[in-house]
Design a protein around this ligand. Structure first.
Ligand code: PNS
Length: 167
């Protein structure tokens, strides 16, 4: 059984992420969406528990997709699976440079670990969690950017942010 591991910080999950997860779920036996820590991102808008809950609700309709969190290295996490491959979406050539470096780092730890890329759907090439965070903080409409199931969660969190920043 081949397991696709879709890693990310998912702060929050977007429709771009969900598109990749859905396409991976059609291609692989099972998909594990794994929240990991990104060392270059010091703070997150959502706690790990909130992100686990938001992703779980977003992928509930996909029977072979589950959600997990790991606080260590992705290449170590992948050792939990008999045949795990990392699956990532690629939006642009600029994504590739970073992902290529990550693959080489991951292979130093786990040399049989492969990373496969799924090209982003054209309509989501502009989309990222940081775009969603920014737009939400200014009260923009998030329809079409994130799963409908989590729009209210993001709006509530953004309202807390606005109140605590006097906006
Ligand atoms: O959604 P992101 O923030 O681009 O995802 C990046 C992530 C979380 C997948 C990456 O930072 C990661 O793999 N973090 C776990 C720690 C790790 O293995 N780092 C790579 C080797 S330094």
């Amino acid at each position: 059984m081949i397991t696709a591991i879709c890693p990310g910080s998912f702060d929050p999950i977007t429709l771009g992420h969900l598109n990749i997860i859905r396409r991976a779920s059609r291609t692989f036996d099972e998909v594990v969406v794994c929240i990991l820590n990104n060392a270059s991102k010091n703070t997150t808008m959502f706690t790990v528990e909130e992100r686990l809950d938001m992703i779980s609700r977003s992928v509930a309709r996909f029977p072979n997709v589950r959600v997990d969190y790991y606080s260590g290295l992705l290449a170590e996490y992948a050792l939990n699976f008999d045949h795990g491959v990392i699956v990532k979406g690629l939006r642009a050539a600029s994504d590739f440079e970073y992902e290529f470096q990550m693959d080489l780092v991951n292979k130093r730890i786990n040399k049989r670990l492969e990373t496969l890329f799924i090209p982003s759907s054209e309509k989501y090439t502009f989309l990222s969690s940081s775009v969603v965070r920014e737009m939400s903080k200014y009260g923009a409409d998030l329809t079409g950017l994130v799963p409908n199931e989590i729009i209210t969660d993001i709006e509530k969190k953004a309202e807390l942010w606005r109140n605590s920043n006097g906006k």
